[in-house]
Design a protein around this ligand. Structure first.
Ligand code: DX5
Ligand code: ZN
Length: 220
């Protein structure tokens, strides 16, 4: 799997989201952070907005659901047209069933771990997933400091994926910037979410290219 750069629109201008997404034509995906004010202490947007974003861009939508009761609530984002749907394992009662339902609905199934959630209990689940997301901040807000304590978990996840010989992508999200992306890539991540680093740049699309170059150099 090559390197993929997935800007998060959490720190973009929510009054002009269509235009904001049009500023990153070089991105691989658009990362949309869905927050319900219960799983995380912040509230963003729901399936109607995801559906509008799907219509507004040719880039595939990567929906990151930071919401309670993922088992019941994830289907709406598959129906809204998200090409990838990530649920948090801490918010899912039946992650295997949920991953299978997401895949059956035609989206890529992805599972996220908060910084304090270990990967080891989920090793046998990895073949059910198209992507594993390892959070590198506590979810809820953009612009937080990258947590280096998550790097060993990225390395452990990479070793598990290689051992099982499966193609599941390994995504990192939180505090990813030109300063931190190399560490993540060297640890084995291949899919990088970056919010404030991209949308605080004068030229967001150039930042996407710079992040990609840095990650590719660190992986080589
Ligand atoms: C945090 C979100 C992230 C956030 C990343 O809960 O899941 O996707 O937008 O923003 P930065 O890159 O600024 O940490
Ligand atoms: Zn996110």
């Amino acid at each position: 799997m090559g390197i993929q750069i997935t800007p998060s629109i959490l720190n973009a201008d929510f009054a002009r989201l269509g235009e904001e997404v049009a500023r990153i034509p070089g991105a691989d995906w658009v990362h949309v952070d869905v927050m319900d004010n219960h799983f995380v202490p912040n509230l963003t947007l729901g399936p109607t907005m995801v559906e509008a974003l799907v219509r507004s861009t040719d880039l595939p939508i990567d929906a990151h659901l930071m919401i309670e009761d993922a088992d019941r609530n994830a289907a709406a984002y598959v129906e809204a047209g998200a090409a990838s749907v990530t649920f948090h394992v801490e918010a899912a009662r039946a992650p295997v069933r949920l991953a299978r339902e997401i895949r059956a609905g035609g989206a890529r199934a992805s599972m996220a771990l908060r910084p304090a959630t270990p990967i080891e209990p989920y090793e046998e689940l990895l073949p059910e997933l198209d992507m594993l997301l390892i959070m590198t901040v506590e979810p809820g807000f953009g612009g937080q400091r990258f947590l280096d304590l998550c790097l060993p978990k990225i390395r452990a996840a990479r070793a598990m994926l290689d051992r099982h010989g499966i193609e599941t992508w390994l995504q990192v999200d939180g505090g990813v910037s030109l300063e931190t992306i190399e560490r993540c890539a060297a640890a084995g991540a291949d899919t990088f979410v970056a919010g404030s680093a991209v949308y605080s740049a004068d030229d967001p699309d150039r930042m996407v290219a710079e992040l990609r170059a840095a990650a590719e150099a660190a992986r080589a």
